[in-house]
Design a protein around this ligand. Sequence first.
Ligand SMILES: Cc1ncc(C[n+]2csc(CCOP(=O)(O)OP(=O)(O)O)c2C)c(N)n1
Length: 646
Amino acid sequence: MSNGIERLAVNTVKALAMDAVQKANSGHPGMPMGMAEIAVTLWSRFLKVDPSMPDWPDRDRFVLSNGHGSMLLYSMLHLCGFPLTMDDIRDFRQWDSHTAGHPEIDQRLGIEMTTGPLGQGFATGVGMAIAEAHLRARLGEDLVDHHTFGFVSDGDLMEGVSAESGSLAGGFGLGRLVYLYDDNEISIDGSTDITFTEDVVKRFQAQGWHTQDIDGHDMEAIAEALEAAIGVEDRPSLVVCHTHIAHGAPNAEGTAASHGTPLGDDEIKLAKEAMGYPIDPSFHVDPEVYEFFSGAMARGKEERSKWEKRMEAADDEERGLWDRLHAPRPVTLEGPGFDLGEELATRSATGKVFAEIAEKVPGFIGGSADLVASTKTVIDVSTRFSKTDRTSRDIPYGVREHAMGCITNGLAVHGGLKPYAATFFVFSDYMRPAVRLSALMKAPSIWVWTHDSVFLGEDGPTHQPIEHLASLRAMPNIWVIRPADATETVAAWEIALNRSDGPVGIVLTRQDLPVLETDREGVARGGYVLREGDDVTLIATGSEVHVAMDAAEELTGDISARVVSLPCWELFEAQDQDYRSRVLGTAPRVAIEAAAGLGWDRIVGDNGLVLGIDHFGASAPDTIIAEKLGFTGPAVAARVRQHLSA
Ligand SMILES: Cc1ncc(C[n+]2csc(CCOP(=O)(O)OP(=O)(O)O)c2C)c(N)n1
């Protein structure tokens, strides 16, 4: 049982959740009330955080994967003294407030990562725990020594990504990862008996986790379970906490309705009466509760000052590496040097620049979803991140694209690392929720997507991306770069490594392409003139730049064709109007891209022509596909002539 002040703290958290949701007339009171005891125990007795410096690097990370319970996090942050005011709490879910319905990330306020899309937090936390284990191995326990805690719900564990990432966490033996599962047996459609009948404890045990099963309203039991979980260093921990949703609300408790509906004034009154809590005014907080949490936070403050002393005492080598990891300098890539006309796939060009990246960017880390040999993304073939090798920068993800995406985001938002993840472009669909969150969170994850078009050939339509470029270009805040040759590929990597406020997707070919007289500076501007010409402007990306060049040759004599390489729409659109107009020119425009044509009309205008592929591909050798679909110099030239004479 808890003592008086802890009980008052728990009741305060419940009351704030009820009041804020009621005032907003929207939100989720059930989860904050059901997990209040767990939150107060974790924050007051265990969590190593300092409200006066929320983003202190060696803090414990706290992930709220059941992010619909955001009022629980906001209450804890406010009561503990983080820069989140009572006005913010009152403004829950309002325009321009710091208290959005589902916050994603705001490390200055103490919000590490919470998720709207269930399962994302669970899997992203695995990435944070990998980051901690890796950095601890490289920098030593004096500088890196923290845990990743998380709250997860039925919905999180139902989502497949928790199985993918749980499997990896168990296999990697991430002992500093501790998740508290809100086992309230309720989801939106009713009892979890309807849809979630598996034995969760056995599932996690089978995946190599340490598990416990406790009463989630008993603060001593919670504390004991946390002690035990922290004590287990060789496995991640899942504490199954049996709870009641909307705990303490006499009529709402245990009901699915309390998940996402304000309780109503009458029920709030009854709940507060039952808890012995003042009914009026709403948003009441007893000063003793602030004092209680402020006392608890002194622990984190002291830990921070001890860490700062250890940092001062660190030797030059450790300190130097820390600085290179945490305050990265701009990166300039030389590239291995490519000869004009040399034939290599852009994925292979990536392979050739990897060693240089790894040397210049000490935080560069990542892996592929069981496709390293195809994606050519390997830093050191002789090592792999594992239970026993924490220093390796090559993470083997197995066939788990979704978890790989989330883990990459976790590595990115943890700090100190520059992560990438690689797979076939068509499987970007399997990681899309994570890609979307990287864009939304402004996380600098690098997505490497190879086998980027129908020209991957014989594997056929299941493997051939069509709509992927258009759909990713429709996503805000991601830069999608599709380089035309090895030189543009090096430029793409340089851009990706230097971006800090969002993700970059690098889209690469399977097939060989000759090196052209491409321009790295032009890639940085998103697009540029590769070949001058006055009568028509052929605009292409990636492998179709070569088709455009061939078509331009074919047209020579009667039609003077300009060729524009446009590897990155987002960077091009960020250029001033003058530059864009100069590059695109005034002649009729023809877009050539072996993908869905959607969006190109914006670039070619009303009188332009778009040569795309608005149907699925085919299984055949790439040269045959090119011929059949009209992606050859002569075929494009014929279409251009026809268009100009129409
Ligand atoms: C990927 C995804 N699908 C659906 C939802 C909508 N949603 C929000 S919470 C929830 C389930 C609620 O059940 P549970 O996870 O057990 O949370 P509790 O009601 O116990 O707080 C659903 C389906 C979502 N947020 N994310």
